[in-house]
Design a protein around this ligand. Structure first.
Ligand code: C2E
Ligand code: CA
Ligand code: CA
Ligand code: CA
Length: 280
């Protein structure tokens, strides 16, 4: 038994070793990726009930030379741990604002479309966030009213007072605020009533089984009703099928995002996507 215990421990140590090797490799690659700006912003359309584009969400892509494409779900958390998330956030702001400003000039991007930028709780709490946003807007000459910031409910968990004053500051610039992944976090309805927000994004986990699962159906219906009652806009995420689209429309949700309308695309592809959909 002693022998077995020792072997188990040896295996465990080996596992831990390779785990921390992989982690270390990822951290080193992230430092290099930030330095060389190896990140690229992709754009996923957001649509109204007629299928028309009303804006896009900026989604980060990273192709590492060894690891290939690394999902933001796998590197954002690590970038937060090692303090690189703020630099990455500035890269996203810079790329997205200058791209959208260019499209606006070219007539590809319409004046009533908004570009949604994801900001994690840690980014939101950082003292430089407002300056970073304002700098990106100034440098690109993008009007603030074309920008939307997506935060999650958990942003409100740590320090509600300072989160609130930051939200008000952002709104006062003309930028809109959305609550991302709504329904998966810990915000209370009491907050929701008083918060300076414009829009709820219903998390895709509720939309996925909307047709088959009566609980998901009930949750989505309740969120839509609540949003309407509080005069908030509501957008459904993860709309993958025509069934989803039709059902959500029946339920009173009139803005959508998901593979049914379009996948996240690189700038060149998004541009032709816009040209094709305006021609149609
Ligand atoms: P999110 O903000 O909830 O973004 C939506 C995610 O759902 C994206 O994954 C998108 O590609 C995916 N998606 C869109 N439509 C559909 C659909 O119809 N079906 C399914 N199954 N998925 C769909 P992605 O691009 O891999 O991003 C994952 C997460 O990484 C994001 O979730 C967000 O939390 C984070 N992220 C991405 N870009 C950034 C960024 O620039 N900054 C920060 N802080 N986080 C980011
Ligand atoms: Ca988002
Ligand atoms: Ca989301
Ligand atoms: Ca999500």
């Amino acid at each position: 038994a002693k022998e077995l215990g020792r072997n188990t421990f040896a295996f465990f140590q080996e596992d831990m070793q390779s785990l921390s090797d992989a982690r270390l490799k990822m951290e080193k690659s992230l430092y290099r990726a930030v330095k060389n700006e190896e990140f690229e912003v992709y754009y996923q359309p957001q649509n109204n009930e007629k299928g028309e584009i009303i804006g896009a969400e900026a989604l980060l892509r990273w192709d590492d030379k060894d690891m290939g494409r690394v999902s933001p779900m796998d590197f954002i958390g690590i970038a937060e741990d090692i303090g690189l998330i703020h630099d990455i956030g500035r890269i996203v702001l810079k790329q997205a604002t200058s791209q959208v400003a260019t499209w606006l000039q070219q007539g590809v991007w319409q004046e009533d479309w908004r570009i949604s930028i994801n900001v994690s709780p840690l980014q939101f709490a950082h003292e430089s966030l407002i300056d970073d946003i304002m700098l990106a807007l100034t440098k690109s000459s993008l009007p603030a009213k074309l920008m939307d910031i997506e935060i999650t409910e958990n942003t409100l968990m740590t320090d509600l007072d300072s989160a609130l004053s930051k939200m008000e500051k952002i709104r006062s610039l003309g930028i809109s605020l959305s609550i991302d992944d709504f329904g998966t976090g810990y915000s209370s309805l009491k907050y929701l009533k008083d918060l300076p927000i414009d829009r709820l994004k219903i998390d895709q986990s509720f939309v996925r089984d909307l047709i088959a699962d009566k609980d998901d159906y009930a949750i989505v219906l309740a969120v839509i009703a609540m949003a309407n009652a509080l005069s908030l806009k509501v957008l459904a995420e993860g709309v993958e099928t025509n069934e989803h689209f039709k059902q959500l429309k029946l339920m009173g949700c009139y803005t959508y995002q998901g593979y049914y309308f379009g996948r996240p695309m690189c700038a060149v592809d998004f541009e032709s996507f816009c040209e094709n959909s305006s021609a149609a």
